[in-house]
Design a protein around this ligand. Structure first.
Ligand SMILES: Cc1ncc(COP(=O)(O)O)c(C=O)c1O
Length: 395
């Protein structure tokens, strides 16, 4: 058997791996609370399910669609993005629909990167960015951002080379929950403009903001979409549609044509029935979106003080978006004498039956990621299990 160098270097997604382990423990009858995956616990809203069922019954879902998606869906995404971002001139030609935002990102990296091209990646970063950049022959250039969790033009400048091709921005961010404000985005855009770099902006959590915080995308700083900016988004988080695998790219039409050509060989069209579901999600009743957003807000407001009260857990700035906490746990390691963050996460899973993600999966040691996309009772129980674990292991 021969395995390519590329596949040998590839690591499985850490979040999917640990979550699969937690799900297996639950299947084995162990009462594990799974806070390791970024997956809303709500069922997809009923109007979306019904639209999908109707598409199946009408026979619409039986056939191939264009590789970049149904024309009416591409147009709906263009209209919705134009309205939400106040951008002029967007049409369906600016949109490619993909098998989740994951495939949107993958197809973009395949389209914009040549071997050796560097992508600036603020660290911590979502697990798949670095692997996807490498799969496209590119080089992820990570930029540690410190306690503020926000990158500045000076940080970017320090890593600029003649190979730098793009900057990847994710706001609201996974795993930190931070949101960049308009002034911060403007300084970043001034810098990327000065160096004629592309910006891939992953806006998948754009509608999940809390306690009055608002979301601005770097794509909104011009009246018409800047050809150097590529918007990534999708339905997984906002509409609780992780299983449907619906994401999209919004970008310059010439770039989207290349993404579409790539998709025509990689996936063909994204699953037809899911496209009808996304069409309803974007154009139908939005009531459930707000219901779910409010539930996440309540969970954040409940769990943040509980987590920061845990001995050895430090998270000074309350997150404003997405559904994660990313506390520094160096103090907990010191208190317990547990040697590594990975070992702490391991013991919390096996002894306390709480599944979390080691910050090293996001490029940062001494942190763990806690997803609060689960019900309040489970969240409270999980924190109290962690507290008991820490008390039992304190030296
Ligand atoms: C920042 C970010 N981008 C993209 C994705 C991919 O989402 P999906 O492929 O489910 O649309 C995720 C999922 O966890 C994410 O957290």
């Amino acid at each position: 058997m021969h395995l390519s160098n590329r596949s040998q270097q590839l690591q499985p997604s850490a979040t999917m791996k640990i979550s699969a382990q937690a799900k297996q423990m639950v299947a084995d009858g162990i009462d594990v609370i799974n806070l390791s995956i970024g997956e809303p616990d709500f069922e997809t809203p009923d109007n979306i399910k019904q639209a999908a069922i109707a598409a199946i019954n009408d026979g619409h879902a039986s056939f191939y669609t264009p590789a970049a998606g149904l024309p009416q869906l591409r147009a709906a995404i263009a209209d919705r993005t134009a309205a939400d971002y106040q951008l002029t001139g967007l049409t369906g030609k600016n949109v490619a629909v993909t098998t989740g935002a994951k495939m949107a990102l993958y197809s973009v990296f395949q389209t914009i990167l040549d071997p050796g091209d560097e992508v600036l990646l603020p660290e911590p970063y979502w697990v798949s960015y670095a692997e996807q950049i490498k799969l496209a022959g590119g080089v992820p250039v990570t930029i540690p951002v410190g306690d503020s969790f926000k990158v500045t033009p000076a940080d970017l400048e320090a890593k600029l080379t003649d190979k730098t091709r793009a900057f990847l921005l994710n706001s609201p961010e996974n795993p930190t929950g931070v949101i960049y404000d308009q002034a911060e985005l403007q300084t970043l855009k001034d810098w990327t403009d000065a160096h004629d770099l592309m910006v891939v902006t992953d806006d998948i959590y754009g509608q999940l903001t809390y306690n009055g915080a608002s979301f601005t995308s770097i794509a909104q700083l011009t009246d018409a979409l800047d050809p150097n900016i590529i918007i990534i988004s999708g339905a997984s988080k906002t509409y609780s549609m992780t299983g449907w695998r619906m994401g999209y790219v919004v970008a310059d039409a010439a770039l989207v044509a290349k993404v579409s050509a790539f998709l025509s060989h990689a996936t063909g069209n994204p699953t037809a029935v899911s496209q009808y579901a996304l069409l309803e999600a974007l154009t139908g009743d939005q009531t459930q979106v707000e219901v779910m957003r409010q539930a996440f807000e309540e969970r954040l407001n409940t769990i943040y003080p509980l987590v920061t009260a845990l001995p050895g857990f430090k998270l000074d700035t309350k997150p404003q978006g997405a559904f994660y906490l990313f506390p520094d746990v160096a103090g907990a390691l010191e208190l317990t004498g547990i040697a590594t963050t990975g070992e702490l996460v391991n013991q919390l899973l096996n002894e306390a039956h709480v599944s979390l993600v080691d910050g090293n999966a996001f490029g940062v040691d001494h942190h763990i990621r806690i997803s609060y996309a689960t019900d309040l009772a489970s969240l409270k129980k999980a924190v109290s299990r962690i507290a008991d674990f820490l008390a039992a292991h304190t030296k």
